[in-house]
Each structure stands twice: as C-alpha cells, then as structure tokens.
Design a protein around this ligand. Structure first.
Ligand code: ATP
Ligand code: MG
Length: 443
C-alpha cells in the first residue's frame, strides 16, 4: 500500500521509539478502492503524551484534539494527521458513549472496536495489511458488514446505523443481510443519538452516488429521524404531472440534484407538506395547493430537531417556500429574485426546481421544456452576477444623501430608493447618477 510521506515520517518516528504504529480506517479502505485523497489516520500503542514527546523532538507540531479518546493531531506540511492510541471501548450503557475507553497494546483490539469490516484494516510497511475481518473481500464484493454481531454493535452505538447507510450510499455498496436486518431491528435506538451526529451522517448520505436506492430501501430509518416524512411514503399523486408517490418523487429529485448537501436536503424536504394539504376533486384528480408554504413550516420543525446551523435553516426553508413560485417559467424575472432571496439562493432555486421537474412525469413535453428554460435562466443569472448587475438599493448609483439634498425626508427616502430600484431592475432607468438625478428632478 502507498502511504503519504507525512504519514511515513510519523510512523517511522513512533516505530523507532519502539511503538507499533499503523495507518488505519478510512485511508486503508480508500486505498483499496483506488482513492488516495482521504485523510490519513494513524493508530499507535504509544500513549498520547508519548506521541507528543516523540514528535516534538522531531519538530513536528502536535495539538491535543481529543485526549479523552486518546487522540492528538500532528501537523506536517499543513496536513493534519490524527494519531489515536490503540483502544478498546468499554461497555456502552446508552447506545452512544462507551462507559470508559481502555488503552491497549495490540492493534487487533483496536480494529475490533471499529464499525465495519471495510473500515477495520490497518497497514504499516513492516506488517503489511492487517485485515482480520475480511475487509478486502468485502470491498471486492461491495459489501458493508459490521465487525462482529450487528445487533450488538448497533446497540453499543446506534449512530453506526446511519453510518451503514452513509457508506452504502457513498461507496455504492450493499448492506449485508444480517447487518441489514439489524439496521431495521435497532433503528429506534437512533432516537438516543445526538441530532448533530445524525445530521452529519445524513448530509454525507444525501451526496452519495447510491442515494436513491438507500433512501428507498431504508425509508423506515429515514422515518425514525424525520417522522414528518412518513405520511409521504404512501401518498399517491393522481395528476398527469406525476408518475410517482410523493416519497418516490422526493427521492428521485434528491438523486437529480447536484451533489450539494444543502440542495439535496432541500429536495428531501421540498414536498414534505404535500400529504398534509392533499385534496381530491370530483374527477379523482389530486391537488396539493399551498404545499410549498406548508412544507416550509414543517421543514422548519424538522431542521430545528436536526439542530442544523442558522445558515442551512434559512436557506432550506426559503428554497422550499418558493420552490413552486417559479412554476410559470415565462414570468421569471431573475433580478427580482436576486432582490427577494439573494443571488446564491436564486441559483439554488433554479437547481431545486430543475431537480424537482426531472422527477416529474418527463413524458410530458411541457416538463422537458420547462427544464430547458430553467437551465437557460440559470445561465442568464450567472451572467448577470458576473456583470455585477444592480439588484439591491445599495447597488444604486444614488443614496439617501442624494435624496436628502433634493429635499426628501424620512420614509420618503426609502420609498423613493425602492421606486428607483424597481425601474433599474426592470431596465426602465439607467443606473447612473445623472440618469437617476434627471429622473428625480423631472417628477
Ligand atoms: P471519511 O472518509 O468519511 O472520513 P472514515 O472511514 O475516515 O471516512 P470517520 O468517521 O472519519 O470515517 O471515522 C474514522 C474511522 O473510525 C472509521 O474508518 C472507523 O474505523 C472508525 N469509526 C468511526 N466512527 C465509528 C463508530 N461510531 N463506531 C466504530 N468505529 C467508528
Ligand atoms: Mg475520516
């Protein structure tokens, strides 16, 4: 196996001091997958203070990043390396935290506590690959399988359930039968896991290449972490525009969205309001009026429960609220959208609506046409941004002081500036000081 020069320097330093040391986990897995760009984690029988001593003698900077778990971080050529003392986890009482971690001298104990066979391999130049649980075989067969009994492992730490789904999605691997059964048998334990940890795994899961089949096959697990989505599982959409149930439409739209975790999260939640507002008319056709605003409300609850950042909260609820407002593609005024929700959000809104439409009944020519128009609008939006076209009051060639000089006072100033902005946005007035001043003097 090839390891980076930085990792070699650290391994050699520790080995020379008499401590057996390996690169472990994700980087070994990724090497056998043919990806070599992942972070290199190191495991050693040296205690953290010994690691610090040994490396600082070699002038390598060491930061204490997780002493409780035996982790320090060494920084070499600006690249961080997490170095963790071999440990075995004590008993887990709350499906979250081991009661105590025990430092051990043997790498095999350390590998045994790791979650999946593909993540439980170690390597150094002296010993070669240490693969005690068939990790390489499982990589070859594209299988996610827990190390040891899956029910026990999920009971110890239920986050591993989300991690199984995440790795299945990202790597495009199937979850092995017993592990899969244990996922369903233990998924309720996810309720004990902190929202932040679940959300971190969910974001990665959503960007995986296998996301469609994972969201489909493991929808019950998604229902545990986002119960508000459950009504969409069986919610039919009897309209010519659709060919899927609400949930099937949702998960297809996730797949069609660019692999950006916030946009994909938006897709996951964009139609969450539909089952709550569904009506069926006398011809048996379904309607979902106001589902976008209802959806934004429900999504706000979901996002609060997941404890997402304010930034993600604002973006996702905004995009959901407006995802249906760009329905009439011929009426879309790009700069108006810039003004209403910002430039970033406008670009994302086009991405969202395109992904949404791709998961509609694409046999309808109207749907294809709308997708084309929206793609063109997105290009235009990019050009407008590039050109620095004005879309906010602060972009105008005049400001409040100019208006005061002309005799405007109080609320009039803001009103007038907005009136000018409106004209400028609609290309009815040039955004230059002379043009705007002329306009103001005329009235
Ligand atoms: P990524 O490329 O996403 O960082 P990774 O395999 O490095 O993938 P991490 O979450 O960084 O994943 O974890 C590093 C390693 O620690 C894993 O490969 C695995 O061996 C172990 N590990 C992480 N979380 C757990 C867990 N909850 N239970 C058991 N082992 C875990
Ligand atoms: Mg990692």
């Amino acid at each position: 196996m090839h390891i980076s020069d930085g990792a070699k320097i650290i391994l050699n330093a520790l080995e020379d001091a008499g401590f057996s040391s390996y690169v472990v986990g994700g980087c070994v897995r990724d090497y056998f997958l043919g990806n070599i760009n992942s972070d290199t984690d190191i495991a050693t029988c040296a205690m953290p203070y010994e690691v610090e001593n040994i490396l600082s003698k070699k002038n390598i900077k060491v930061v204490e990043t997780g002493l409780k778990h035996g982790t320090v971080t060494a920084v070499l050529n600006k690249t961080p390396f997490e170095i963790t003392t071999f440990r075995s986890d004590g008993e887990y009482l709350d499906s979250r935290h081991p009661q105590n971690v025990k430092f051990v001298s043997d790498v095999s104990e350390d590998l045994k506590r790791r979650d999946f066979t593909v993540n439980a391999m170690a390597y150094n130049d002296k010993q070669g690959v240490v693969d005690l649980f068939g990790g390489r075989e499982d990589i070859k067969n594209k299988i996610i399988r827990t190390v040891g009994d899956p029910n026990e492992r999920f009971n110890e730490d239920a986050l591993r359930i989300m991690r199984a789904l995440r790795f299945s999605s990202v790597l495009g691997f199937e979850i092995e039968e017993n592990t899969k059964n244990a996922v369903f048998n233990n998924m309720h334990l996810l309720r004990n896991i902190s929202a932040e940890r679940i959300f971190a795994e969910l974001q990665k899961l959503l960007c995986g290449k296998n996301v469609l089949s994972v969201l489909d096959e493991y929808r019950q697990v998604i229902g545990v972490i986002i119960p508000q989505l459950e009504p969409s599982f069986e919610c039919a959409q009897n309209t010519p525009w659709h060919m899927y149930t609400v949930y099937e439409h949702i998960i297809h739209s996730v797949k069609y969205a660019p692999p950006d975790s916030v946009i994909r999260l938006t897709m996951l939640l964009h139609d969450i309001g539909k089952p709550y507002v569904k009506t069926t008319d006398e011809n048996g056709r379904d309607h979902f009026k106001t589902h976008a605003s209802k959806g934004a409300e429900i999504a706000a609850d979901v996002l609060k429960n997941l404890k997402v950042s304010n930034e993600i909260f604002d973006k996702v609820t905004t995009l959901i609220k407006y995802h249906q407002s760009v329905e009439n593609v011929n009426d879309i005024k790009i700069k108006r959208w810039f003004n209403k929700i910002g430039q970033e959000n406008t670009l994302s809104l086009f991405d969202v609506r395109i992904a949404d439409l791709k998961a509609h009944n694409v046999n309808k020519p109207e749907v294809k046409k709308e997708i084309d128009i929206l793609s063109e609008l997105k290009n235009q939006a990019l050009e407008l941004i590039e050109k620095g076209e004005p879309y906010r009051v602060s972009d105008l060639a005049v400001n409040g002081n100019d208006l005061i000089a002309l005799g405007y006072r109080g609320v009039q100033i803001g009103e007038k500036l907005n009136e000018i902005l409106s004209l400028v946005i609609d290309d009815k007035l040039e955004n230059s000081k002379s043009a705007v001043m002329n306009y103001l003097k005329k009235i």
